[in-house]
Design a protein around this ligand. Structure first.
Ligand SMILES: [Fe+2]
Ligand SMILES: [Fe+2]
Length: 481
């Protein structure tokens, strides 16, 4: 079979020759009904019978892998797709640097690998659960389609992780696969594993912030796992990254369009001061200071996903050859970090300082720094829109000490500028930095569905180009009546 093309003849589309891997095929077919139950219970609310213009992967060739067509979401062909095997691939880092990549799980790393795959797998259905209500308030059919595209692909990413668990981890892998369908985002008794994936995504601005900031954490984690010495994991993550790019595009362009529309409306109304919140809101658009607050929230929640700045778990996973650095193979060093150090932001005598730590234990910090650099690109674009419109206002990433629940700064309060403050000041001022109930209520008041072809809610600009180069009035979702 040609690895590039996906076999659609089996119930579970795949490019891993499932039809000759009876045991795994059986396990996946056994898991399938539970997945469909989960999708029906926890997937997008409503629209399950609507025809949605979705892309489906038909190949893993980066030059042409997707086909667009109208699909009902429950009939989406969720499949198992791995990037092609690189011949003679070697482990690119750690104590096994330069040795052949593993095609099977090495016994001594079994538990660590399983844990990492389960944690990654858990985030995929979690975001679908978080976003399930959003269809009801979509600002356009274009946005509705993008939401559903993200949702079905997160569902596919769950399949990707479940394949690894069922193929390589025997009985306990199958149990973990079942548990991935059992946990629920925000559930008091069995929540999803990571904090940001138990938060609500109450409105579309949150959705765009989530896909920009939290899916981007996913990108960094997938890049690190794509370096893994465990080759099936590496190949799985490499193909997931292809799909993930669209999720972050949805976030970046979504925020761009909100900012664009706000600036336009302010200019039309002759409002020069972006801080004139009441007048801006009266125009039915989201004021820039509130966009900044949403950004503060989602960025800080996403930073927590990187774990503690200094971590022996991260060092062990690197030494073992399981989880590498962002773009490991392009880094010019020994790939073992024997004597290297890395500057880590720490709290020293009540002051935030850079302290050199062994680079091995500082891997989470390094990945988080790479993430921050990646985040900045969007801010430059958004700020350009604001300055071109003639406003003196800049969106900024808050300091890493701001609003943290995990790591060095979890026990202190800091302003977005990084000044340490006491509880009293924090409580008095946090409403200036994080969305308040009133902010949430205002945004919620704008969330009215717009379902006409080519029509957009007042608070967001139309996109510059359509999906799959479709014209502006394309019917991205045929809503059933
Ligand atoms: Fe994903
Ligand atoms: Fe994603």
């Amino acid at each position: 079979m040609n690895i590039m093309n996906v076999d659609y003849s089996t119930k579970i589309p795949n490019n891993v020759n499932l039809s000759e891997d009876r045991q795994v095929l059986k396990a996946l077919e056994g898991w399938h009904p539970g997945y469909m139950d989960w999708w029906n219970d926890m997937g997008p609310e409503g629209f399950q019978q609507s025809l949605v213009y979705l892309r489906t992967a038909y190949s893993v060739d980066p030059r042409g892998w997707a086909k667009f067509d109208y699909v009902r979401m429950p009939e989406y062909r969720w499949g198992i797709l791995l990037a092609p095997q690189e011949e003679n691939r070697v482990i690119p880092f750690g104590e096994n640097y330069g040795k052949p990549a593993w095609q099977e799980v090495p016994g001594e790393h079994r538990a660590t690998l399983r844990r990492l795959i389960v944690i990654q797998g858990d985030t995929e259905p979690a975001s679908v659960e978080q976003q399930r209500h959003l269809g009801k308030t979509a600002p356009s059919l274009y946005d509705l389609r993008n939401l559903f595209q993200v949702n079905v692909e997160e569902g596919r990413h769950l399949w990707a992780m479940v394949y690894l668990l069922q193929k390589y981890f025997g009985r306990d892998g199958r149990e973990e696969a079942d548990d991935l369908l059992r946990r629920r985002s925000g559930d008091a008794d069995s929540p999803r594993m990571l904090g940001a994936f138990n938060e609500a995504t109450p409105d579309w601005l949150s959705f765009f912030m989530f896909t920009y900031f939290t899916d981007r954490d996913g990108k960094m984690q997938l890049h690190s796992l794509a370096q893994s010495g465990f080759d099936p994991l590496s190949r799985t993550c490499r193909f997931m990254l292809t799909e993930e790019a669209h999720h972050m595009f949805v976030g970046e362009t979504g925020i761009s369009r909100v900012v664009q529309r706000t600036c336009e409306a302010m200019n039309q109304a002759g409002i020069a001061d972006p801080a004139d919140i009441a007048r801006v809101r009266a125009l039915g658009v989201i004021d820039l200071p509130t966009i900044q607050k949403k950004l503060n929230l989602h960025y800080s929640l996403s930073l927590d996903l990187f774990g503690s700045e200094v971590s022996t778990n991260a060092a062990n996973a690197f030494n073992a050859g399981i989880k590498g650095r962002y773009r490991e193979t392009q880094i010019d060093d020994d790939h073992q970090l024997k004597n290297a150090t890395y500057p880590v932001l720490k709290l020293v005598d009540g002051v935030i300082r850079r302290v050199d730590e062994p680079a091995l234990t500082a891997l989470n910090m390094r990945l988080r720094d790479d993430y921050t650099q990646d985040c900045v690109k969007g801010l430059l674009r958004w700020n350009k829109i604001i300055s071109l419109a003639g406003f003196n206002f800049e969106l900024a990433l808050p300091n890493v000490a701001f609003h943290r629940q995990i790591g060095e700064f979890k026990d202190v309060n800091a302003t977005p500028e990084g000044a340490l403050i006491d509880d009293a000041i924090w409580n008095a001022r946090k409403g200036e930095w994080l969305p308040s109930t009133a902010d949430g209520d205002f945004i919620a008041s704008l969330m009215k569905p717009v379902t006409g072809t080519g029509a957009y809610a007042n608070w967001i600009s139309p996109p510059k180009v359509g999906i799959d180069n479709k014209p502006g009035d394309f019917e991205y979702v045929k809503i059933e009546t």
